[in-house]
Every structure is written in structure tokens, then in C-alpha cells.
Design a protein around this ligand. Structure first.
Ligand SMILES: C[S@@+](CC[C@H](N)C(=O)[O-])C[C@H]1O[C@@H](n2cnc3c(N)ncnc32)[C@H](O)[C@@H]1O
Length: 225
């Protein structure tokens, strides 16, 4: 991974809760956040006493390098958000300025926690479709804003291999969103769901309360039976 191609953008614990409909029972299990990047989910969850491991290829870099990249790309992201504001529902995040503040707050929280989290093994540098975890090491794996969203960048075979890998390491996998960047259902979704089903995995789409990108209203749930 070349940091110059990374566009860091991280969400908060509260957003993860609503994107994945996380109950207290869910949060009290062994959770993997795959592709968590600079989200503050792990930092905030740890502060609340939950046990989360996050993995992401960006964790191979130092906090200072990630911070510099965030500062470099922030103005560019804000300009793009202004241009594409019509693709989003703004009632909970207010507007582009407030969104920027919320994302920066989440990313700063992540950065302050990163060194300690690496030492404690809470941030692991790893990339789908191969994860350095044992079979069924987690009860729940979450994947926010990576699989299906980047359907034009990640091909169908990589989607399937990644979902199979997540199902190997966790008994339940939740992925949000299942639309791609254009807000339409991912072109890989049907075939991945059909093949996982043939593998004997129980797959379904479930509504979530999180609202931001237009068209993103459901998560994919895959349970090993
Ligand atoms: C748009 S960000 C989402 C960050 C976070 N999940 C959130 O929702 O705030 C996408 C993340 O996917 C990560 N990513 C890219 N390729 C990956 C791979 N092969 N396996 C796991 N994560 C990957 C990126 O490094 C980045 O942190």
C-alpha cells in the first residue's frame, strides 16, 4: 500500500453502532473491525470497556505519517463532498462543515490511541483477502465502507475471497454499505450472496437505522451455521 494513494476518512463509535445495529450483547463479544482505518470505533469502544481488534493495511504506517496524509487530503475531500452533497442525507450530520469536523474528531481520537493500541495488539496491519487470525477467533466481524462500496476497484473474486476469509475468522460478519459509490446495489452483491449460501453460510440483507449515503440502508449479514 502506498500512503500517497490512501484517502483517510474515519467514522465514530456511534456511527458504527447504527451502521451495524450493534446491541450491548453484540458489543460484549469478541469483535474484529476489518478495514477500520482511522475510525475511532476501536478507541471509543476500548474506553467503554469493550474488546475490539481492528485490522487495516494503513496500520503499517506511523501515526505521524497517517496524520500528515489526513491533513494533506482533507481540503480535497471537503471540496468533493461539497460537489457531491446531493448524494447524501444531511439531517443527522448537518452539513459538509459539520461532517468535516465530525470526521476530524474521529480521526484525531484514532491517532491519539494508535500507538498504545498497536502495543496492546488492538491495531493489526493486515489486508483482505488474507487475515492473520485463527479460525473462529471472533464472534463478530464488521466491515464498514470498504467491501461493496469500492466495487469498481475491487473485483468480484476479491469480494468473494474476502467474505470467505471474514467468515473463516468470525462466526458472524456484517458489512455496510452494500451499495457502491454511485449509491446503487453493488454489482458483486448477488453473486457473493449466492456463492456464500452454497458454501452453507446463512446470508441476508438487514435494514439499519444509519442514514447518510443515499441508497445505503441495509447491511449484509453472513452467519456460519
Ligand atoms: C473508506 S475507509 C473506511 C474506514 C472505516 N471503516 C470507517 O468506516 O470509518 C476504507 C478502509 O479500507 C481499508 N482497506 C483498503 N484495502 C483493504 C484491504 N485489502 N483489506 C482491508 N482493509 C482495506 C483502507 O485502508 C481504509 O482504511
Amino acid at each position: 500500500m502506498d500512503l500517497a494513494n490512501v484517502v483517510p476518512w474515519g467514522r465514530s463509535f456511534e456511527e458504527y453502532q447504527t451502521m451495524f445495529e450493534l446491541s450491548d450483547d453484540d458489543l460484549n463479544t469478541r469483535i474484529l473491525g476489518c478495514g477500520d482505518g482511522p475510525a475511532s470505533f476501536n478507541a471509543e469502544a476500548t474506553e467503554r470497556g469493550y474488546q475490539i481488534i481492528s485490522c487495516d493495511p494503513v496500520y503499517q504506517f506511523k501515526a505521524e505519517e497517517i496524520r500528515r496524509r489526513i491533513d494533506d487530503v482533507y481540503p480535497e475531500i471537503m471540496t468533493k463532498m461539497q460537489q457531491g452533497a446531493g448524494d447524501y442525507i444531511w439531517h443527522s450530520l448537518g452539513g459538509v462543515e459539520q461532517l468535516g469536523e465530525a470526521r476530524m474528531k474521529a480521526m484525531s481520537r484514532f491517532l491519539s490511541d494508535f500507538d498504545a493500541g498497536c502495543r496492546q495488539g488492538r491495531y493489526v496491519s493486515a489486508s483482505l483477502p488474507t487475515l492473520p487470525f485463527a479460525d473462529s477467533e471472533f464472534d463478530l466481524a464488521l466491515c464498514s465502507h470498504y467491501l461493496f462500496l469500492y466495487s469498481d476497484h475491487v473485483d468480484g473474486a476479491a469480494h468473494l475471497a474476502s467474505m470467505r476469509e471474514l467468515c473463516r475468522v468470525a462466526s458472524e460478519v456484517r458489512v455496510f454499505p452494500v451499495v457502491s459509490l454511485d449509491g446503487k446495489a453493488s454489482k458483486h452483491l448477488d453473486s457473493v450472496m449466492t456463492t456464500l449460501s452454497v458454501d452453507g453460510i446463512d446470508v441476508s440483507l438487514q435494514p439499519v437505522s444509519y442514514r447518510f449515503q443515499k441508497g445505503a440502508t441495509e447491511m449484509l449479514v453472513a452467519k456460519s451455521v
